[in-house]
Design a protein around this ligand. Structure first.
Ligand SMILES: [Zn+2]
Ligand SMILES: [Zn+2]
Length: 211
């Protein structure tokens, strides 16, 4: 991040497993011009700050963070383009993003449901970063339609691989791992996905992915 003056952050939704990193980002991105794009444009932790759970002062300490609302559609930035779709996530919504750079593109899709809309959205992308809700034994044995591969507002591993296959993406990297499983269990999920879409990998902390 050294030498970088401007940072754009895209937030799918405000659930804490996605927003908690801001606690570190406020420190790590000090002095940089940061714009956070999210569905509502609301500051993260705003409710906690109101309740005095966090000593965050958005009017003074973190004025380098600007918060902007985005809707479904396409937006042109100077060096890249972003397209956005809204997904159902339990009784709430989340956003998925497709970033188009001059020579490549990627799709980030998480915390949603497996739909044909996502397949069309991810069609032909070089890199699909997709969540994978844990696919248990019971689901593995059944042959289900894509729409059924959902667990508590999340697309399962099989669902993610089916989307990657139908959308003919270059590579699927599974993100948003189940927090309470070990490496061996994750490895089994990877095997399940690879049977459907061989060009699948598991994302690892601090990993840099080329595409
Ligand atoms: Zn969520
Ligand atoms: Zn999540």
């Amino acid at each position: 991040m050294e030498g970088v003056k401007e940072v754009h952050l895209f937030l799918s939704h405000y659930h804490l497993d996605h927003a908690i990193g801001f606690y570190g980002a406020f420190q790590l991105l000090k002095g940089k011009r940061v714009t956070v794009y999210a569905e509502s444009g609301r500051q993260v932790f705003w409710e906690f700050v109101k309740l005095k759970h966090f000593p965050i002062d958005y009017t003074k300490a973190h004025r380098n963070f600007t918060w902007k609302a985005l809707k479904e559609g396409s937006y042109d930035f100077s060096s890249y383009k972003v397209s956005i779709i809204k997904q159902r996530h339990r009784d709430e919504t989340s956003l998925s993003f497709r970033f188009t750079f001059p020579k490549t593109d990627l799709v980030y899709a998480t915390d949603g449901e497996p739909t044909k809309k996502v397949i069309e959205f991810a069609r032909g992308t070089k890199l699909l970063l997709h969540e994978h809700g844990f696919t248990g034994e019971a689901l593995l044995k059944k042959k289900l339609d894509l729409e059924k591969h959902v667990l508590d507002g999340h697309v399962t591993t099989i669902g993610a691989a089916m989307i990657a296959k139908s959308a003919r993406v270059g590579k699927l990297v599974l993100i948003h791992h189940e927090p309470f499983v070990d490496k061996e269990q994750l490895g089994k999920q990877l095997k399940v996905a690879k049977k459907i879409f061989p060009k699948t990998e598991l994302a690892m902390d601090l990993e840099e992915i080329t595409f």
